[in-house]
Design a protein around this ligand. Structure first.
Ligand code: ZN
Length: 274
């Protein structure tokens, strides 16, 4: 998140491996193209606040939001307030090591959660499994071209009870549970909200996730945490970004995340979610 007075957060510069830019003042660059002030939010932070204000987390005080899609982003609410970290880089759950000698992550580390628990990781795992099962019905769904496998094909197979697709989804749930159990034990959360495209798998994802958490998290902590589905779904980042701006402009008690007073800005502030 950045405002005009602060060109870019440290996290934008150093901790955003998804983007190929270094030391770019993104908000200022966008402001040169558009006639409005611009605020840039991370998708994880924006979605977290969407869910906290308008979604599944409206009563949560200590909450983790996790979005599982092509990447894996997260955001935290601690004691009812956003927790962004010293350098605004909190929530990089995707770069928690879950497999010490695992695949190389784009961040440079090996075995990050993001290498095994994203929709791309799911598709690659299913392609791998399909090579061992030439009679699986999924071959027909992709016309015998593994590269044409899409998430929608997998979700259809899951809905049809395809054991191979269910196995791959259970593996993703197991990887996720390692990071989420660590978060539960460390932070004694009262809610974890799972969102993003993979949530379309529904209980086929959430049930094995719950089962794995029972194995890994401390029972005392697990008893106090709800692990639930996002209610805003794919709208969570945009709803949260709009809500953050409205809150900063209209609330008598703005959140402690603004780096400058938005009320000083003339005209509209345009939220951009990355
Ligand atoms: Zn990584």
């Amino acid at each position: 998140m950045t405002f005009r007075s602060t060109p870019c957060l440290p996290s934008c510069r150093r901790l955003w491996p998804k983007l190929p830019w270094q030391n770019e003042a993104l908000a200022e660059a966008l402001e040169r193209r558009f006639p409005y002030p611009v605020a840039v939010f991370s998708r994880g932070s924006a979605a977290t606040w969407g869910e906290r204000w308008y979604g599944a987390g409206q009563h949560a005080q200590n909450m983790l939001y996790v979005r599982v899609g092509k990447g894996l982003v997260a955001g935290l609410v601690i004691n009812g307030q956003p927790y962004l970290g010293q350098g605004f880089g909190a929530g990089e759950l995707g770069h928690m090591t879950v497999q010490p000698d695992g695949a190389l992550c784009r961040c440079g580390n090996r075995g990050c959660l993001a290498t095994v628990a994203t929709t791309d990781a799911l598709l690659n795992r299913i392609r791998q499994l399909l090579r061992e099962q030439p009679d699986n019905p999924l071959w027909g769904a992709v016309s015998y071209h593994l590269e044409s496998l899409r998430l929608a094909d997998v979700l259809d197979a899951v809905a049809a009870g395809n054991e191979l697709a269910l196995q791959a989804l259970h593996e993703i749930a197991a990887w996720l549970s390692i990071a989420l159990a660590a978060a539960i034990n460390l932070l004694n959360l009262d809610m974890i909200i799972i969102g993003g495209p993979l949530l379309a798998a529904g209980d086929a994802l959430l049930q094995p996730l719950h089962a794995n958490l029972y194995q890994r998290a401390l029972p005392t902590h697990l008893a106090r945490v709800q692990v639930v589905a996002s209610t805003l779904r794919e709208d969570a980042p945009s709803v949260g970004a709009a809500g953050l701006i409205l809150h900063e402009l209209m609330s008598p008690a703005p959140l402690p995340i603004a780096l400058g007073s938005l009320a000083d800005k003339a005209g509209f502030l345009t939220p951009v979610v990355l």
